[in-house]
Write a protein that binds this ligand. Structure first.
Ligand code: ATP
Ligand code: ATP
Ligand code: MG
Ligand code: MG
Ligand code: MG
Ligand code: MG
Length: 257
């Protein structure tokens, strides 16, 4: 195609291609979801519908981008891990971040009604997005462990906080009661005051969501003699496994291969 004399403006675009041979993590996080969750009547501390919607969006992203190995989500955020050898869009950060973030956000709006049939979307949900490069498997695992440890810390705090509020304390009083408390103290408080055994709360609240590609068989057709013909396909599947310890990685060696 003939070039116009304006073509030179293209040279002002910065090269933002991500380092080769590194894992690429793209994390999206809801903008102002503290308020968004209040105004859309999310149950506290954990609204299962909102988590289901987040998981649905993550699966949609994984279906759109085959280079994603796994994803991890909690609260209003999701991290997507692209393979070290991913060459999609020349590994350009702006392309990858904007496409993943818009796929996630678009899906959030598209599927909202499925998960919140009785709640009108009050405003346009927004998610920010960033790309981070991790040079080794060990650091990538530490990144994911960091997010899951965060899930635990937040969930434990929020479970205590909302138990106190629901028992009649003001939000300020609840906050003061929890200031500077350690894990053991919070577990003790939950058990002695509210009869809640932290460890028996649903794993999805304590551990967040891990999305992996798992293999399934689908019936394609029957031959003339009635023999069923199956085809294997892979689909993103959500689990709530511990990813801090070594067991998960031993069980899924293909993830880092
Ligand atoms: P920012 O724009 O800086 O991200 P934010 O208000 O979104 O601000 P976050 O640190 O991202 O702050 O926290 C997300 C908030 O969204 C949590 O504090 C929590 O109150 C709320 N939230 C997210 N998911 C749920 C859920 N499933 N159930 C209840 N509350 C939720
Ligand atoms: P890429 O993913 O690389 O951007 P693309 O298919 O989106 O690929 P573009 O160069 O962005 O390619 O071109 C957008 C295409 O969308 C155009 O070729 C045109 O056919 C179509 N399109 C966009 N807006 C309209 C419109 N209003 N009416 C008809 N066609 C449109
Ligand atoms: Mg934030
Ligand atoms: Mg947020
Ligand atoms: Mg967040
Ligand atoms: Mg286009």
């Amino acid at each position: 195609m003939a070039k116009s004399r304006f073509e030179y403006v293209k040279n002002f675009e910065a090269d933002d291609s991500l380092l080769p041979h590194c894992w690429i993590v793209i994390r999206v996080d809801g903008k102002g979801f503290t308020r968004f969750s209040q105004e859309h009547g999310f149950g506290k501390p954990n609204d299962a519908r909102a988590l289901d919607l987040m998981d649905k969006c993550a699966k949609e992203v994984m279906q759109a981008f085959g280079d994603i190995r796994l994803a991890y989500g909690e609260s209003d955020e999701y991290s997507f891990v692209f393979s070290k050898t991913c060459s999609l869009y020349g590994r350009r950060a702006s392309k990858l971040v904007s496409l993943v973030t818009s796929c996630f956000t678009g899906s959030y709006v598209r599927f909202w009604g499925e998960f919140f049939p009785d709640t009108q979307l009050q405003w346009t949900p927004m998610f920010d997005g960033r790309a981070i490069c991790y040079p080794t498997d060990a650091i990538l695992k530490d990144y994911l462990a960091w997010r899951q440890a965060d899930t635990h810390i937040n969930n434990q705090y929020n479970t205590c906080f909302w138990a106190l509020v629901k028992s009649g304390k003001s939000k300020t009083e609840a906050q003061e009661a929890l200031q500077g408390t350690q894990t053991e103290h919070k577990n003790e408080l939950l058990f002695s005051s509210f009869g809640i055994n932290y460890a028996s709360l649903p794993a999805r609240f304590r551990k967040g969501s891990v999305v992996l590609r798992t293999k399934h068989k689908k019936l394609v057709k029957h031959l003339d003699d009635g023999t069923p013909v199956e085809r294997e396909f892979s689909a993103p599947t959500v689990c709530h496994d511990d990813i801090i310890g070594t067991a998960f990685w031993k069980q899924h060696p293909e993830l880092l291969a």
